[in-house]
Write a protein that binds this ligand. Structure first.
Ligand code: BGC
Length: 475
């Protein structure tokens, strides 16, 4: 028997600004971004922290967005998830623009109020060519029948807020330290206020920050993202600031955003023990806790566990919460107890290789999308959007099966488990710039030839299109 999705279900594909925009015109090439500097730095390339690929050889979505949105429509989707680049909108610091910074009893920044004078100062700082370009993009999406899901921060920061190479060389002496600085969250609040005033007309759903926990752990623990440090204290300092940054941005997006839903997105893997040793289960649970539950508790309840023992030490007042939880689900991580190991930063936990592998070495495990959604809903009782799900599969050998199997589990999560999942965005519409990995990892329903910029629809897109058009998954 087939699976029927709710009539108002949102079907979409997702991309992000930095991963897709550059590649065609000179105008699209924009160096004032931390990730741009990071991927061009000879020092960082020679340390093998990045692939050597550069974003300006990319998809060119900045120039080709109309044809790419047509591709999204051709897939039968009714929505698109994209992001705008903070640094393009404000190429220079907004630090001197006045705003009222509100703190809670503990001294944390919980609101950044921008009045009319502040807004007009922001309009003088903004790059209006970029703003108008983005407005054109959003308006076009709406005109072709795509609901707009807009993320205002998808990993990259303005260089004026984060100098990743200087931070990498010596965090103690660096002056622009990204999410480690409280100043970044204050400026983020101003940017969110501005974004909601200038883009609201065409936005249906807002996302403040994409995967704050990934930015923090990859940047300050696992060395996968800038500034590639290994320091637990800094990891949680960045996460903490991002939790408040969400809150501040939430309030400003709500204020001028005509009551549209506002949320954040996190990536939750399915950590699973491979044996019956109760210590393996414990390690898997703790890995899930550290990687996502810690930040969910902070974002939703303002509950901070400052010594990572799973108990709340501090309850911050003035946290906004969220209208929904955006969930990115990709894979399973198989683990077991192993004395002395420290996989994923978890003491005495070993991570085992994938069984059914993607080109990234990620373990395909469709049941995870159901169990993870169920867990998130049972614990936090908020509606869920699946904001990313997909795989690196250049040859397109596994994608059709992956999509079908994940959508089946998703359908079961909705109809059997009663999880209020409102939409599904496949990652990704196009092959794109996979951060430190560059162009080697191919996630697109459309393949991209980066030399000619030609897009070729992959066969597996047919499977996705069928479900999007009919709202049904047949066996
Ligand atoms: C990120 C994307 C990325 C994808 C695949 C997600 O964590 O939001 O930017 O391309 O995973 O790695």
């Amino acid at each position: 028997m087939g699976i029927k999705f709710p009539d108002d279900f949102i079907w979409g594909t997702a991309i992000s600004a930095f991963q897709t925009e550059m590649g065609v015109s000179r105008e699209a090439d924009f160096p004032g971004i931390d990730w741009y500097q990071w991927t061009h730095s000879p020092e960082i390339i020679s340390e093998k922290l990045v692939s050597g690929d550069v974003p300006e050889n990319g998809d060119g979505f900045w120039d080709l967005y109309k044809e790419d949105m047509k591709r999204a429509v051709d897939l039968g989707t009714n929505s698109i998830r994209l992001s705008v680049e903070w640094a393009r909108i404000f190429p220079e610091s907004t630090g001197s623009v006045e705003a009222k910074v509100v703190r809670n009893g503990g001294g944390d920044v919980v609101a950044v109020d921008v009045d009319e004078a502040g807004f007009s100062a922001l309009t003088r700082r903004a790059d209006w060519d970029a703003v108008e370009h983005y407005r054109g993009m959003l308006e076009h999406a709406k005109s072709v029948g795509l609901k707009v899901f807009l993320t205002i921060n998808h990993f990259s920061l303005p260089l004026w807020a984060h100098d990743p190479v200087a931070c990498h060389r010596g965090i103690e002496n660096a002056s622009r330290r990204g999410w480690l600085d409280e100043g970044t969250l204050v400026e983020f609040g101003k940017y969110a206020d501005f974004a909601s005033r200038v883009f609201s007309k065409d936005v249906d759903i807002w996302e403040t920050i994409n995967e704050p926990e990934v930015v923090a752990t990859q940047g300050y623990a696992a060395r996968g993202f800038p500034p590639a440090l290994s320091d637990t204290h800094l990891t949680f300092q960045a996460e903490r600031n991002m939790a408040f940054a969400h809150s501040v941005a939430y309030k400003n997006l709500k204020k001028h955003g005509a009551g549209k839903p506002v949320g954040f997105g996190i990536a939750r893997n399915a950590f699973m023990p491979v044996d019956d040793d109760p210590r393996s289960q414990k390690a898997a649970d703790y890995a899930s806790y550290l990687s996502t539950e810690w930040i969910l508790n902070a974002l939703i309840y303002g509950a901070f566990d400052n010594n990572f023992d799973t108990f709340t030490d501090e309850r911050a007042e003035g946290i906004s919460g969220s209208d929904f939880i955006g969930l990115d689900y990709y894979n399973r991580i198989r683990v077991r107890y192993s004395q002395g190991a420290s996989g994923e930063g978890v003491p005495n936990m070993e991570v085992l290789p994938c069984v059914d592998c993607t080109d990234f070495g990620w373990d395909i495990y469709p049941e995870g999308i159901r169990s993870v959604s169920r867990w998130v809903f049972n614990k936090y009782r908020l509606p869920i959007y699946i904001l990313e799900n997909g795989l690196a599969d250049a040859k397109d050998e596994k994608r059709a099966r992956y999509i079908k199997a994940h959508l089946k589990e998703l359908g079961d999560a909705i109809s059997i488990d009663g999880v209020p999942i409102k939409g599904y965005y496949h990652w990704s519409l196009l092959d794109n710039f996979e951060w430190g990995e560059g162009y080697s990892k191919r996630f697109g329903l459309y393949a991209v030839d980066y030399r000619t910029k030609e897009r070729t629809r992959r066969k597996s897109a047919d499977v996705f299109e069928k479900v999007c058009r009919t709202g049904e998954l047949l066996d």
